[in-house]
Design a protein around this ligand. Structure first.
Ligand code: NAD
Length: 377
């Protein structure tokens, strides 16, 4: 059973889908692991460390993919990679399929079984496989570090002989996995932190981290969570009330970190140009939703946008900015899932296509699109 770990071809991808630790575990299960030379470089993993863990190193992508029954990737295969992948191979990655229905079809036509790790159900058994959480947690941390790097003032209150420096006021919008880590990180740096979300369950979590919760808590708010624990799109009326409250709050903030997402939809627009204009010079916003349409008006993906004297940080792939740690956790997520698909006696891939985790994540198989969310596409 050959497992391939190719070098990511996306120019902005810094992560890798296996680490020496997960290679060792796969080898322990009887797999032959082939890592493309340089795959771990941007995550600070030299080829030699993979070799020491039991992998062999291949010079080219073609050699890496050749004959592999499992492919571990960070991003879905690019068009030029598809012909290199052996028919029937299980390709495990974050597939980012919404809005990319053609790419999903292309994977079906290439005959691969494409597993979208981001569709892993959020149930206890699958927590260890939850790539959204492992990466969002790091993105939340990194967003605060990025904000602190751009902000020309200190975060903590400092009482010095030369005078007192006030603590930065940090407002976190969206208190899911990324937002909660952003709150915790900003608190550790000594900021005065507040946060908002549309899910009522988030209020207690925000407060337990020592931040103030800011939201319009009406009847709609009390019902604004799906059974899966995600946010629902809010009515125009709620959004207007919430925007008024946020507008009043934001003008007193120094740093705003936005993380609000709704699965399968464009990110909600939460911060307007008028709100930004009300902030004092030197304020910083970090829009973690920028790749999904953005929470902040004027945010530009991949750039720091200057709007008057305020800067909006719109870095893409923020988890990838802390690549070594992101790869460590991502690789562990993939191992935890793929391990369940390996028959320990025969040391071969034995996928139970009826398993709940498999059904939830497999997009394509046997030449067809099989995931219910994409079948008509
Ligand atoms: P997400 O990335 O989809 O969204 C980020 C946050 O944005 C969410 O908290 C969402 O409520 C919020 N949001 C959406 N629209 C908003 C708006 N208009 N204004 C303000 N905030 C808005 O969410 P996530 O971080 O993946 O987490 C979603 C939920 O799933 C959370 O409750 C989280 O604790 C839970 N979760 C459960 C498990 C598990 O049980 N295994 C694992 C991870 C997360």
């Amino acid at each position: 059973m050959k497992i391939a770990v190719p070098l990511e071809v996306h120019p902005e991808e810094t992560r890798v889908a296996a680490t020496p630790d997960t290679v060792k575990r796969f080898v322990g299960l009887g797999a032959e692991v082939v890592v493309q030379s340089g795959a771990g470089t941007l995550s600070r993993i030299p080829d030699a460390d993979y070799e020491a863990a039991g992998a062999s190193i291949a010079a080219t992508a073609a050699e890496t993919y050749s004959g592999a029954v499992v492919v571990l990737k960070v991003r879905r295969p690019a068009a030029e990679e598809l012909p290199l992948i052996t028919g029937g191979a299980l390709v495990v990655a974050t597939m980012d399929p919404y809005g990319s229905e053609d790419a999903v079809k292309a994977m079906a036509e290439a005959g691969i079984a494409a597993v979208a790790m981001e569709f892993m159900p959020r149930i206890t058994r699958a927590q260890v496989m939850d790539v959204l959480s492992s990466q969002a947690n790091l993105a939340g941390y990194q967003a605060v570090i990025d904000a602190a790097g751009v902000y020309d003032r200190a975060f903590p209150m400092m009482m010095t002989a030369a005078g007192t420096v006030p603590a930065a006021r940090v407002f976190v919008m969206g208190a899911g996995v990324a937002g909660l880590q952003a709150i915790a990180t900003a608190r550790r740096l000594g900021a005065v932190v507040s946060a908002t979300d549309v899910r009522p369950a988030s209020k207690e979590q925000v407060e337990s981290l020592g931040a103030k919760f800011v939201a319009v808590e009406d009847e709609e708010f009390k019902a604004a969570e799906t059974a899966a624990g995600y946010a629902k799109p809010m009515s125009a009326e709620y959004q207007a009330k919430q925007a008024a409250l946020v507008a009043e709050h934001i003008r007193k903030q120094d740093v705003v970190i936005t993380t609000a997402l709704i699965p399968g939809r464009p990110a909600p627009r939460l911060v307007s140009s008028a709100m930004i204009a009300s902030m004092r010079p030197g304020s910083v916003l970090v829009d973690l939703a920028v790749e999904r349409g953005g929470n902040v008006e004027g945010a530009v993906a991949g750039e720091i946008a200057e709007v008057g004297a305020v800067r909006i940080v719109g870095y893409r792939n923020v988890a990838g900015r802390i690549a070594a740690t992101a790869s460590q956790l991502y690789a562990k997520n993939l191992f935890a899932f793929v391990e369940t698909l390996i028959d320990k006696d025969t040391k071969s891939l034995a996928v139970n296509w009826d398993d709940e985790l498999v059904k939830a994540t497999v997009l394509t198989r046997d030449g067809a699109v099989v995931h219910p969310a994409f079948i008509s596409a």
